[in-house]
Design a protein. Structure first.
Ligand code: VGL
Ligand code: ZN
Length: 197
């Protein structure tokens, strides 16, 4: 059975938002249309406390889009975004929420970020999504949403590593493209057996 995983299609990642991805809002219609072609729909929601360690504002002297070395590895520092309960953390108002079977929130622990829908950025702490999908017999996963080169790519890479069939529908994603991250993500996904369609 086939699941559509809609990654972080939230106000802050769309034009006008705190961490806007160019053209992010253009994918809302295509994502809604894709829902009907799937047996299940899962939404992820980036969901950070205001003192989150991925925010540049919480590191003295740091600038957004720089990096910091945190206990689990290198971490890009972002502008404050998707703060728990804020308007920016809401789903894009055009996203059809009626078909969502499950909403996975991630990044809610101050000390660690979570790009992937499956694991936090230490690549080991599970979110629980793999068990949910396996229990429901959902083995064929198709990824859309924001951002192509961060949360979508990390999710698809983990899905392939966990033995799921993983496809990224690239036309229903948009990339941040920080220092070539879009092409790097594509190469990594191809090498891991993720289908880019
Ligand atoms: C994302 C950066 C920080 C994403 C989330 O959804 O791709 N990127 N938090
Ligand atoms: Zn985030």
């Amino acid at each position: 059975m086939r699941a559509l995983i809609v990654v972080d299609l939230q106000v802050d990642f769309c034009p006008g938002g705190a961490l806007a991805v160019a053209g992010g809002d253009e994918i809302v219609g295509p994502v809604n249309a894709l829902m009907a072609e799937h047996d299940a729909v899962v939404l992820t929601q980036d969901w950070h406390p205001a003192d989150h360690s991925s925010f540049a504002s919480n590191h003295s002297g740091a600038q957004p889009f720089g990096t910091a070395t945190l206990p689990y590895g290198d971490q890009v520092l972002w502008p404050d975004h998707c703060v728990i309960g804020s308007d920016g953390a809401a789903f894009h108002p055009g996203l059809d929420l009626r078909r969502a079977d499950l909403i996975v929130r991630k990044g809610f622990r101050r000390e660690i970020d979570s790009y992937s829908a499956f694991f936090e950025n230490d690549r080991r702490t599970p979110t629980g999504l793999a068990g949910y999908l396996r229990d429901r017999g959902l083995t064929d996963l198709r990824f859309v949403g924001l951002a192509h080169d961060f949360c979508v790519a990390w999710s698809a890479l983990d899905a392939a590593r966990l033995g799921f069939s993983a496809t990224v529908i690239e036309g229903a994603t948009r990339a941040i493209d920080l220092n070539g991250s879009r092409e790097a993500a594509q190469a990594a996904m191809r090498a891991a057996g993720v289908t880019l369609s």
